[in-house]
Design a protein around this ligand. Structure first.
Ligand SMILES: CC(C)(COP(=O)(O)OP(=O)(O)OC[C@H]1O[C@@H](n2cnc3c(N)ncnc32)[C@H](O)[C@@H]1OP(=O)(O)O)[C@@H](O)C(=O)NCCC(=O)NCCS
Length: 261
């Protein structure tokens, strides 16, 4: 089977020759491929954190590049829903890099550089290193270090002025060996799972109401993004509705608002 550029998350020329040449024998480094679902990439990710139940369709998607401009000015890719790989590729800001065992053809390590585009620093760019994991059967062979070197290479190549990451105390020494140093502190707020469920149920109800009113309006977004989008519109309308109700001089309501109640 021929591998086309379309199979890769980003162009393979962004892989450093020096990193390629310094890998242990029997592995190769490359961009994530759409078909890596069947090469065990999720098994590797599951050694870092929970992955949940991801189907091949949800992993890959099938991109058609029509762009709709919705009435509020929000752009959305149309055609089929953009599932994760196609969505990441369409953003051009994710550089997930993997190391593959050339004999088994399985992914044995992966890491992502996510590029943040800023106004600060004269519209500068920051690279965020995320989701670094090496399969436990392959640790200690410098695969982790090579991935970090590679992500730094991409960061420099595309003009980031720094790369940053968060990690546990146990991994500080690893990243120091990769040339990074401690800076500032990490702040986090985890959302309580039960509250997420309550909010999700609430959003679902809002979305269903909105759908009843609007019919099926296909924005070509992923199901989650569509849901959030409709919820946002619905809530904006609800808020406008209650403001209008409170306004003393407002005796009639616009047609659209009436329908939403
Ligand atoms: C952390 C991890 C990515 C390291 O990958 P690896 O391929 O085993 O590490 P490398 O072989 O590239 O190690 C490079 C150097 O760092 C050292 N090192 C690796 N992990 C280390 C750790 N946790 N603490 C201290 N030093 C470590 C190695 O000993 C080696 O040092 P040396 O140059 O003196 O020999 C891997 O252990 C892993 O996947 N862990 C579980 C997931 C995880 O914690 N990911 C990081 C999320 S922030």
């Amino acid at each position: 089977m021929t591998v086309t550029d379309d199979d890769f998350l980003f162009h393979p020329t962004l892989i450093s020759q020096a990193v390629r040449d310094s890998l242990v024998p029997g592995v190769q480094i490359r961009p994530l491929r759409r078909s890596d679902y069947s090469r065990g990439v999720l098994e590797v990710y599951s050694q870092l954190s929970t992955t949940g139940n991801i189907t091949q369709q949800k992993f890959e998607g099938n991109c058609h590049g029509l762009i709709y401009v919705y009435k509020l000015g929000i752009c959305a890719y149309g055609g089929t829903v953009l599932e994760r790989f196609d969505f990441l590729k369409s953003t051009k800001t994710y550089f997930t890099t993997v190391i593959e065992d050339t004999r088994s053809e399985l992914v044995v390590a992966c890491a992502t550089l996510l590029v943040e585009y800023k106004f600060l620093h004269e519209c500068g760019k920051i690279g965020h290193i995320e989701d670094v994991v090496v399969h436990d059967s392959q640790r200690g062979k410098r695969l982790g270090q090579k991935l970090i070197e590679q992500l730094q290479y991409i960061g420099r190549a595309i003009g980031c002025y720094k790369v940053i990451l968060n990690c546990t105390v146990e991994n500080v020494a690893f990243y120091e060996k990769c040339g990074l140093g401690k800076k500032d502190v990490q702040m986090a707020k985890y959302f309580e799972p039960r509250m997420i469920q309550v909010e999700s149920d609430h959003n679902q109800k809002n979305y269903e109401k909105y759908q009843q009113r609007q019919g099926t309006l296909d924005l070509g977004l992923s199901p989650n993004a569509t849901k959030s989008f409709h919820t946002m519109l619905y809530e904006a309308e609800q808020s406008l509705h209650s403001t209008l109700k409170q306004a003393p001089n407002m005796t009639t309501e616009p047609e659209e608002i009436k329908e939403s109640t």
